[in-house]
Design a protein around this ligand. Structure first.
Ligand SMILES: *[C@@H]1O[C@H](CO)[C@@H](O)[C@H](O)[C@H]1NC(C)=O
Ligand SMILES: *[C@@H]1O[C@H](CO)[C@@H](O)[C@H](O)[C@H]1NC(C)=O
Ligand SMILES: *[C@@H]1O[C@H](CO)[C@@H](O)[C@H](O)[C@H]1NC(C)=O
Ligand SMILES: *[C@@H]1O[C@H](CO)[C@@H](O)[C@H](O)[C@H]1NC(C)=O
Ligand SMILES: *[C@@H]1O[C@H](CO)[C@@H](O)[C@H](O)[C@H]1NC(C)=O
Ligand SMILES: *[C@@H]1O[C@H](CO)[C@@H](O)[C@H](O)[C@H]1NC(C)=O
Ligand SMILES: *[C@@H]1O[C@H](CO)[C@@H](O)[C@H](O)[C@H]1NC(C)=O
Ligand SMILES: *[C@@H]1O[C@H](CO)[C@@H](O)[C@H](O)[C@H]1NC(C)=O
Ligand SMILES: *[C@@H]1O[C@H](CO)[C@@H](O)[C@H](O)[C@H]1NC(C)=O
Ligand SMILES: *[C@@H]1O[C@H](CO)[C@@H](O)[C@H](O)[C@H]1NC(C)=O
Ligand SMILES: *[C@@H]1O[C@H](CO)[C@@H](O)[C@H](O)[C@H]1NC(C)=O
Length: 457
């Protein structure tokens, strides 16, 4: 485990069931990627007062919500990570409220990283132990060896691997003065290093990004620094446009290429024999609205990339040469999202679909249906029963699913008193049934003889 001080601000989040995130696209307005070009789902955690929906989100490219990470408290989406051969949703969870926005000493919170499978069941709690605190928000990497690399502070005690910045990096090689990054008191310590990403590579070495030292460190399993890229004591010679400051989310992709965002998303070629770094290409934000912090670069299989603009509330897709294809804005400055990922994802929750009956007239009712996190639903069917013993599920109406929540309206004076919805996939198979709900909102168990016709995931 690695340690450092770190600062992050988590605002409390309310789940408003009817709320809908709003995403504005720029560029290519006549061929909006919301509906045609982007495949997959965006995984991110908007923060700030204006973002309509904070917390952990999975979003369709058109801005409709697929999943809200509810029940975990404050959390931050880490995208998908492979674990035991399958993609798992990684979510950082921090209970409690960081009072000052800084994880100041004296405050102990339960910080952990959860790995969640495609039924939204938690399969792993990944956190640091015996360290006096849990994992902080900045990094989680599950390695193929079933180990997890995380950031935390302060560290004392047993861990598989602990690296303390102060043991290896003198504060004089960093750029954030006392006062600019903590006042240096016990409650507000000087965050001279600011670790913000770690990647453990197959050679066993760690790539550690220090934002405040403007440096990427290659660190061996003994904790020794092999090289420094960037900053005051740089081992590399940089070609034009390849240098960076205050960087984030550094990732080696193969043994010659690495990516990182600062106010641009850079793809760099490096050679750790000749000790040179050159720019492959850069990704600039739409309208050149530079970000001051955070951010991510994700390389897609086709060579395109997704850049999350961190402290700017937007993300964009870029082609192989770095040209911007589109940009999506999900809030107003200073809303932010730490990292943004695009992934394919198929998920079916173990919890049943949800239902709310909004009108208490049995001859004209509107039923709202939603199923948090389900990706396969294309239509909803409303079913009604006139009696509760036995409940008899008669199909009433079907509506296409266009958004997180779907309204189903039934008019007709046939005395239905108990209502239920069935979630259906594109083949018309039933994925799940909600409970029956009466007109006054009372929930009954679903009829036990109903059959889910879709094959299990
Ligand atoms: C995760 O750990 C917390 C305590 O930190 C515990 O309450 C919870 O049951 C654990 N969940 C799983 C799925 O192991
Ligand atoms: C996985 O374990 C092997 C054998 O111990 C080691 O050589 C390799 O560096 C490890 N890889 C990672 C990513 O931890
Ligand atoms: C990096 O530079 C330091 C001195 O600043 C030197 O001690 C070290 O050997 C260099 N490392 C490499 C890999 O060149
Ligand atoms: C990169 O280096 C050039 C030349 O020294 C300098 O003008 C520029 O400001 C540097 N860029 C960053 C991001 O530090
Ligand atoms: C390394 O990755 C980059 C970016 O994906 C790619 O352009 C390059 O061809 C790769 N190099 C090797 C040797 O695989
Ligand atoms: C681009 O940014 C400028 C300010 O820097 C702003 O006035 C303008 O409206 C922006 N254009 C778009 C299309 O957002
Ligand atoms: C049902 O109620 C809605 C208002 O909720 C109203 O707009 C609609 O006209 C009503 N339909 C019938 C058939 O009464
Ligand atoms: C409920 O439906 C009735 C018609 O059956 C309509 O008059 C009434 O406005 C509706 N109420 C609401 C809250 O939609
Ligand atoms: C459930 O069983 C009852 C009788 O046992 C039957 O009347 C009803 O139609 C069944 N419901 C469904 C949805 O199959
Ligand atoms: C948004 O995109 C999803 C996934 O393609 C689609 O199912 C849904 O109908 C779209 N909703 C709207 C309002 O366009
Ligand atoms: C709601 O309706 C159900 C079924 O008609 C009934 O059993 C229950 O007592 C009602 N609850 C309230 C609070 O009115």
């Amino acid at each position: 485990m690695l340690s450092s001080l770190s600062a992050s601000i988590f605002l409390s989040v309310l789940l408003a069931r009817h709320a809908r995130a709003s995403v504005n696209y720029a560029l290519a307005p006549s061929d909006c990627p919301a509906n045609s070009q982007v495949e997959g789902y965006f995984f991110y955690s908007p923060q700030g007062a204006v973002a309509m929906q904070g917390g952990g989100l999975i979003m369709n490219p058109n801005g409709t919500m697929v999943y809200y990470a509810t029940g975990f408290g404050q959390c931050s989406m880490r995208g998908l990570q492979e674990y035991e051969g399958a993609d798992h949703l990684a979510i950082w969870v921090g209970d409690g409220s960081p009072v000052t926005g800084r994880h100041g000493s004296g405050y102990i919170y339960i910080y952990k990283n959860l790995l969640v499978d495609n039924t939204y069941s938690v399969v792993e709690n990944v956190t640091v132990t015996n360290l006096g605190t849990g994992a902080d928000v900045h990094e989680l990497q599950i390695t193929p060896n079933k180990t997890a690399v995380m950031t935390a502070y302060p560290t004392q005690g047993e861990a598989v691997f602990t690296w303390k910045a102060l043991d290896h990096v003198d504060p004089s090689e960093c750029y954030a003065a006392i006062g600019d990054a903590g006042t240096g008191t016990v409650d507000d310590p000087w965050d001279y290093f600011h670790i913000n990403s770690i990647q453990k590579n197959d050679d066993g070495n760690y790539l550690i990004s220090s934002r405040h030292c403007h440096t990427l460190y290659s660190v061996n399993p003994d904790g020794d620094i092999i090289w420094r890229m960037g900053g005051m004591n740089c081992n590399f010679t940089f070609g034009p446009g390849a240098n960076y400051t205050w960087q984030h989310h550094a990732r080696i992709h193969n043994w010659t290429t690495l990516s990182l965002p600062f106010s641009q998303g850079l793809l760099l070629n490096y050679d750790d024999s000749a000790m040179t770094v050159s720019l492959i290409n850069a990704r600039s934000p739409f309208n050149r609205t530079a970000t001051t912090a955070q951010g991510s670069v994700q390389l897609l299989d086709n060579g395109d990339s997704i850049v999350g603009w961190g402290a700017m509330p937007s993300y964009s897709q870029h082609d192989n040469d770095g040209n911007i294809l589109w940009s999506a804005q999900f809030g107003l400055v200073p809303d932010s999202a730490y990292r943004v990922f695009l992934h394919e994802w198929t998920a079916r929750p173990t919890t049943p679909p949800s239902i709310q009956v909004s009108n208490t007239s049995s001859s004209n009712i509107t039923v709202y249906a939603w199923w948090n996190g389900a990706t396969e639903v294309t239509a909803w069917q409303l079913l009604g029963s006139t009696t509760d013993e036995p409940l008899v599920a008669s199909p009433l109406v079907v509506a296409d699913k266009l958004d997180f929540e779907t309204a189903l309206t039934f008019t007709g004076d046939r005395g239905y008193a108990y209502f239920q919805v069935a979630a259906m996939n594109a083949d018309g198979e039933v994925l799940g049934f909600s409970d029956f709900t009466s007109l006054n909102g009372t929930t009954f168990a679903k009829a036990d003889n109903q059959t889910i016709t879709a094959a299990p995931l």
